[in-house]
Design a binder for this molecule. Structure first.
Ligand SMILES: [Fe+2]
Length: 201
């Protein structure tokens, strides 16, 4: 049975890096403070609650998404500048590039009745011509509310970054990234993942 490792926020960079190399995904808990969670919800809700739901399968017909978080939310800027994440970006992406940039921000609210997003690799965004040995990105999903298998927690396939491109995941290889508010899911551009389905409101 596949598993997703959860570490505490004081885990060492070596420990985090070793799991990222092996699984290409992990959760770190208790990264955000209660104040930050409160502020994120208040800063994002005015936009998130008013935006339309998705218009296709990939974005989800029952899912609301907003972008431009750096402009809209001061606390989101704190997340983007978080020392742990940036140190990890330097360590993880350093061997593949002269530097790194934040290329995308999004807040997501998955609603009742949503179906699972297709499992995918985010590196597909850059086209298929970049060799696998070059990692294109490192992503974070921050839990503002609790993530559960029932409410659409992200699905991840740990270790799938080493798989042959067309290999499909078996059910037992897919893990629900259940996590408490204040936790962050960190994953590479090459690991398979997708938004989960909701079975409760
Ligand atoms: Fe994705």
């Amino acid at each position: 049975m596949a598993a997703l490792i959860t570490l505490s926020a004081n885990a060492s960079m070596d420990e985090i890096g070793a799991i990222l190399d092996r699984d290409a995904a992990l959760i770190i808990e208790n990264v955000l403070s209660t104040d930050q969670l409160f502020n994120l919800e208040n800063e994002l809700d005015p936009y998130l609650s008013k935006t339309d739901r998705g218009q296709n399968e990939f974005s989800g017909f029952q899912t609301q998404r907003i972008g431009a978080l750096i402009a809209r939310s001061a606390t989101s800027r704190e997340l983007a500048l978080h020392p742990l994440i940036n140190e990890l970006c330097s360590q993880f992406l350093g061997p593949h590039a002269d530097g790194y940039q934040l290329h995308f921000t999004q807040a997501t609210s998955i609603g009742p009745g949503e179906t699972a997003q297709v499992l995918h690799r985010d590196r597909g965004l850059w086209g298929g011509y970049i060799p696998r040995r070059i990692e294109t990105q490192l992503s974070t999903i921050w839990a503002i509310s609790e993530f559960t298998k029932e409410n659409g927690a992200t699905q991840v396939v740990p270790g799938s970054h080493t798989w042959e491109k067309n290999r499909q995941a078996e059910v037992h290889e897919i893990v629900s990234a259940d996590m408490k508010p204040g936790s962050v899911l960190i994953y590479s551009g090459t690991v398979m993942h997708g938004g989960g389905r909701t079975t409760q409101s």
